[in-house]
Design a binder for this molecule. Structure first.
Ligand code: 2BA
Length: 112
């Protein structure tokens, strides 16, 4: 089994969520913040069978776009600041795949 973490742009999160739901995958969606840009992004995680991992990654990649964002980057030059910003390329998605040693899902066994 694999745990797949995918960090995607907020604007892509609905498309990614829909595609994973349509594939009948169990997913968890978290609101997250990039440590560099300090803007909101979305983190999905899902535990899947080894042989499903490639198709999950493909779905996430297919539904996340690369973007260029401008970030403030002032360079003082006398009393002026140039250039006022620079470009950073984000995504499509940042994906980590981690082996899962054990999976437990306690449902209703303990209910009387
Ligand atoms: P952020 O940390 O806000 O980073 C946004 C984009 O800024 C990154 O896009 C990258 O192009 C750039 N960037 C990040 N750190 C930088 C630095 N120290 N110097 C120059 N440029 C830098 P992505 O690489 O596509 O990452 C998108 C988001 O994915 C990141 O948002 C972060 O939330 C997550 N991420 C990326 N790599 C990660 C990692 N190794 N571990 C954990 N989270 C990661």
């Amino acid at each position: 089994m694999k745990l797949i973490f995918a960090i995607v742009h907020d604007e892509d999160s609905e498309k990614v969520r829909e595609s994973l739901n349509s594939a009948k995958l169990s997913i968890t969606k978290l609101c997250s913040t990039g440590g560099f840009l300090r803007t909101g992004n979305t983190t999905f995680f899902s535990v899947v069978e080894d042989e499903q991992a490639a198709s999950v990654i493909e779905l996430i990649e297919k539904n996340s776009k690369k973007r260029i964002e401008r970030i403030p980057y002032p360079i003082p030059l006398g009393s002026f600041c140039i250039p006022p910003s620079r470009e950073v390329e984000i995504g499509g998605a940042t994906i980590f795949v981690i082996p899962v040693e054990r999976f437990e899902n306690y449902k209703y066994d303990n209910m009387n």
